[in-house]
Design a protein around this ligand. Structure first.
Ligand code: 6PG
Length: 236
């Protein structure tokens, strides 16, 4: 766990971790596979990685980096709720990443389950593995302990076959498309980015591990798990 003074320092710390893993993966395997998280917390990180005023932009091997998403809302890519749209506006549209390296979830597919199956097939095709080992997965944490789009009480929490699921989220009255635990826990590296005092309680509960919250089940089988928090989100 790393704790930073504020959101800006958290984004800077996360950018350092991102670049270090990107450079190492390309040095070892010639490519870097990363899954981006949605929500509001990672936006500062994405902006920082793309900003011409900072060193990070020149350190990321954009042409060797393949971008995936840990989850997506059931909306088109130009919709205000789209995680793809957020990451594209904050970062991808400003950096020299080949379009063929951008592997978004097709949230516009009216059949969310089909969108999940398509993304699973695409992940396997691009990585060449039936159980891909992504180099890095970014995750956030919701106040209810959800991560990616694995919400408390959701059947997708118990998914063991599919790499991508399409749970119906009653309280949001919508489907979501999300990477499942077998795929998440096969990653080489998982970074949780969490900020804000409203998250301190759930961070403490997840770290205490009462097996109540989906985020507790993110435990890489053979990889690292790193919590990056700002001071407000850090448990006392
Ligand atoms: C999403 C995210 C979700 C997010 C948490 C935290 O699509 O919403 O992937 O899991 O990370 O809800 O969101 P905030 O960063 O906005 O608090």
């Amino acid at each position: 766990m790393q704790i930073f003074a504020d959101q800006r320092e958290l984004a800077r710390g996360a950018a350092n971790e991102f670049v270090a893993r990107a450079v190492a993966a390309v040095a070892q395997r010639g490519s870097f596979t990363v899954a981006l998280s949605g929500g509001s917390t990672p936006k500062l990180l994405y902006r920082l990685l793309a900003s011409s005023g900072d060193p990070f932009r020149h350190q990321v091997p954009w042409r060797e980096t393949h971008f995936f998403w840990s989850d997506e809302r059931h909306v088109p890519p130009d919709h205000a709720d789209s995680n793809y749209r957020m990451t594209n506006e904050a970062m991808l549209s400003h950096v020299p990443v080949p379009q063929t390296n951008i592997h978004r979830i097709y949230g516009e597919n009216p059949d969310a389950i089909e969108a999940a199956r398509d993304y699973e097939r695409h992940l396997i095709e691009i990585t060449g593995d039936t159980l891909p080992r992504l180099d890095l997965i970014l995750l956030g944490l919701g106040p209810d302990g959800h991560t990616a789009s694995i919400f408390p009480g959701s059947e997708v929490l118990h998914e063991t076959q599919h790499l991508v699921g399409a749970p119906w989220v009653e309280k949001l009255n919508t489907y979501r498309i999300t990477m499942t635990l077998p795929l998440l826990n096969n990653a080489a590296s998982i970074l949780f980015l969490v900020s804000g005092a409203e998250k301190a309680e759930i961070v403490r509960a997840v770290l205490e591990g009462h097996k109540q919250y989906p985020a507790e089940y993110v435990k890489p089988t053979n990889g690292e798990l790193l919590w990056l928090l700002d001071k407000d989100a850090a448990p006392d």
